[in-house]
Design a protein around this ligand. Structure first.
Ligand SMILES: Cc1cc2nc3c(=O)[nH]c(=O)nc-3n(C[C@H](O)[C@H](O)[C@H](O)COP(=O)(O)OP(=O)(O)OC[C@H]3O[C@@H](n4cnc5c(N)ncnc54)[C@H](O)[C@@H]3O)c2cc1C
Length: 516
C-alpha cells in the first residue's frame, strides 16, 4: 500500500451491539483474509459492510491509503444509495468477520430505523465531502479550458459532488475516464451519469399524473407529497438534484434543524425520501418546451423524450447572475466560482479571496471560506450590509475576520491562463484576489417556456390572481402550476419553496378530481 492521503477522511462512528445485530438480521455474516479485496475502484455493485472484527484499508486506484476502519465501524458512502460506480478499493488488513448487507435491504432498513439512518447517512455524506478533496480520485476529465463542453463537464461533476480531476489537455472534445478505466470520448453529461450507473433512462414517451420540472427544494417537496399521496410523479432535473439549496454550506433557518444543516444533506435526504415514496427523480434531462393540452400537457426534453402529464409543476428556480466584465469566462471554474464547496475551500486556503454580493448566500460563503483559512473580503454595492443580509450573518462575518467593503463593484479582472491575480474596482483601486466567488442574485429559468405561460417583466412565472388562475399556485394555463424561486413574488427561501411544492400537490388533486 502506498502513502497515506493528506485528506482527513472521517472514520465511521461505531455501531452499537444492537445495531450490529439489526444489520446481521438483514445481511449475511462473512469472513475474509488479509489481502482480500472487498470491492475495488470501478465496481458497479458492492454491499454495505459492517465490521464485527478485523480491519480494512480504503485505498485509491494507485494504492494510496485513504483511511482504515476497524471493529464496529462500517464501510461505504453515498454511492451505496445512488448505485453509482465505486471510487475506492477496500482491502482487508486484519482477518475480517463482517456483515454484508445488500444495498436494497439497507435502503429499506434506513426507512425503518431512524437512528441508524441518521448515523449512516450523515457519515456517507461526510465521506463524500472528504473524498471530493482527495487528489486523483473519481472521474478524470481531459480537455482544454477553452472548450465549452469541457467546462460544462467540469461544472457538472462539481455540482453533483462527484470526486473528479480535470486535466487541461489539448483536445477538440473532452475525454472522460471513469473509475475503473472506461473512457468516453466527447460524452454528454447524461451519458457520463448513466455510465456511472446512476439513474434510469427515460422511455421515449412517458405518461404520468404529475410531472415536476426542476429538482430543487420546491420540486422535491412536490415529489414527496405527490408520490406519498398516490400520484405517479416524475421529476426532471437538468443539472443537479437538490437545486440551489444543494450548494448551500449551511442552512440555519430551516425549521427543525436548530444547529443548521448543509444544503447537501437536506436535499440528499429529500431525494431519498422522494424515492422511498415511489417518485422518480431523474437527471440530467432538460425540459425544452411545454405544449398545453386539454387535460394533458406535453413536455419535450433536450434528449428527445416526451412526457405527457395530467398536471405539470414548474419548479425550475433561478440561475446566478454573472459579472459584466471582460474575459470572465476565462476564469470561471478555475478561479471564479458561483458556489463555495469543500473543493473550493481547500483550493482557497491561505489565499486572498473576494466574495461579491450582499445577500445571505454571499455571507454564508464568506464565512465558510474564512473558516477554511482564506483571507476573505466581501464586496457589495450598498451603503450598509444590514439592508440585504441577516443580522446573525453580519455578526459572524466580523467573528471570522471577513473584511467588508461597502459600495464596491468589480470593473476588471487580471490574471493569466484562468488564474486570477487581481481585480480592479470601479473606484480604480486594485485588490490582489486569487479567487472570486459571485453571489449576485439570479434570473428565473423560464426562457424555455416562451409565451406559453404568463410571466412578469423579469421573467418570473405569474400565478393565482396575477395569472387570472383558479388558485394561488396555478399559472395562466389550467393544470400547470409553479412553486419556489421561479414563481413571481415568492419568498426566495428553502422552506418556502418546499412548502409551495407541497401545497401545489393539493391543487393538483383538486384539478384532477374536477377533470372529466
Ligand atoms: C449558496 C446559497 C445559499 C442559500 N442559503 C439559503 C439558506 O440558508 N436558507 C434558505 O432558506 N435559502 C437559502 N438559499 C436559497 C434557496 O436555496 C432557494 O430559495 C431554493 O433552493 C429555491 O428552491 P427551488 O426549488 O425553487 O429552486 P432551485 O433550488 O433553484 O431548483 C431549481 C432546479 O430546477 C432545475 N432546472 C432549471 N431549468 C430546468 C429545465 N428546463 N429542465 C429541468 N430542470 C431545470 C435547476 O437545475 C435546479 O436544480 C440559498 C441559495 C444559495 C444559492
Amino acid at each position: 500500500m502506498g502513502r497515506q492521503s493528506a485528506v482527513d477522511v472521517p472514520k465511521s462512528p461505531t455501531l452499537s451491539a444492537s445495531q450490529l445485530a439489526t444489520l446481521a438480521g438483514r445481511g449475511e455474516e462473512r469472513t475474509a483474509d488479509v489481502g482480500d479485496v472487498l470491492y475495488r475502484v470501478g465496481d458497479r455493485h458492492y454491499p454495505f459492510i459492517a465490521i464485527a472484527e478485523g480491519e480494512v484499508a480504503i485505498v485509491d486506484a494507485a494504492g494510496n491509503e485513504i483511511v482504515r476502519h476497524g471493529a464496529a465501524r462500517f464501510l461505504g458512502e453515498l454511492n451505496l444509495l445512488s448505485g453509482q460506480t465505486v471510487f475506492v478499493t477496500a482491502v482487508v488488513t486484519q482477518t475480517l468477520h463482517y456483515i454484508a448487507v445488500d444495498p436494497d435491504a439497507l435502503r429499506s432498513l434506513l426507512f425503518e430505523d431512524g437512528a441508524l439512518s441518521d448515523l449512516l447517512l450523515s457519515t456517507f455524506i461526510a465521506r463524500r465531502e472528504a473524498l471530493q478533496r482527495v487528489q486523483g480520485l473519481g472521474l478524470e476529465i481531459m480537455g482544454p479550458r477553452s472548450s465549452e463542453a469541457t467546462m460544462r463537464m467540469v461544472e457538472f461533476a462539481r455540482s453533483n459532488r462527484l470526486p473528479f480531476v480535470w486535466r487541461d489537455a489539448d483536445r477538440v472534445v473532452p475525454l472522460v475516464r471513469l473509475p475503473g478505466g472506461t473512457e468516453l470520448d466527447g460524452p454528454s453529461t447524461g451519458h457520463v451519469w448513466r455510465a456511472l450507473g446512476i439513474g434510469r433512462e427515460l422511455a421515449p414517451r412517458e405518461m404520468v399524473d404529475l410531472l415536476v420540472v426542476g429538482g430543487g427544494p420546491a420540486g422535491l417537496g412536490a415529489a414527496v407529497y405527490g408520490a406519498s399521496e398516490g400520484l405517479e410523479t416524475l421529476v426532471i432535473e437538468s443539472t443537479a438534484l437538490g437545486g440551489q439549496a444543494g450548494s448551500s454550506r449551511r442552512i440555519e433557518n430551516y425549521l427543525g434543524f436548530p444547529a443548521g444543516i448543509t444544503g447537501n444533506e437536506l436535499t440528499g435526504r429529500a431525494i431519498t425520501q422522494a424515492r422511498k415514496f415511489g417518485a422518480r427523480p431523474t437527471m440530467p434531462y432538460r425540459a425544452v418546451s411545454l405544449e398545453p393540452g386539454d387535460g394533458r400537457h406535453l413536455v419535450r426534453l433536450d434528449s428527445g423524450q416526451e412526457i405527457v402529464a395530467s398536471a405539470v409543476l414548474l419548479a425550475t428556480g433561478a440561475r446566478y447572475r454573472r459579472l459584466p466584465v471582460d474575459g470572465l469566462a476565462d476564469y470561471e471554474g478555475i478561479s471564479v466560482f458561483y458556489a463555495a464547496g469543500p473543493p473550493e475551500a481547500q483550493l482557497c486556503g491561505a489565499s486572498r479571496v473576494g466574495v461579491i454580493g450582499g445577500g445571505n448566500s454571499a455571507g454564508q460563503a464568506a464565512i465558510w471560506l474564512a473558516r477554511g483559512g482564506a483571507l476573505v473580503t466581501l464586496l457589495h454595492r450598498r451603503a450598509d450590509l444590514r439592508e440585504t443580509m441577516s443580522d446573525y450573518l453580519v455578526r459572524d462575518l466580523e467573528r471570522y475576520g471577513v473584511a467588508v467593503r461597502d459600495r464596491s463593484e468589480i470593473a476588471a479582472l487580471h490574471g493569466n491562463d484562468g488564474q486570477l491575480e487581481a481585480v480592479t474596482l470601479a473606484s480604480g483601486e486594485r485588490q490582489p484576489f486569487s479567487f472570486l466567488f459571485l453571489f449576485l442574485g439570479a434570473r428565473p429559468c423560464t426562457d424555455w417556456l416562451g409565451d406559453v405561460i404568463a410571466r412578469d417583466a423579469d421573467g418570473f412565472i405569474l400565478t393565482g390572481h396575477d395569472a387570472r388562475a383558479a388558485n394561488l399556485l396555478e399559472t395562466s394555463v389550467p393544470g400547470v402550476f409553479a412553486a419556489g424561486d421561479v414563481r413571481s413574488g415568492s419568498t426566495k427561501r428553502c422552506a418556502t419553496a418546499v412548502g409551495e411544492g407541497a401545497m401545489a400537490v393539493q391543487f393538483v388533486h383538486a384539478r384532477l378530481a374536477a377533470a372529466p
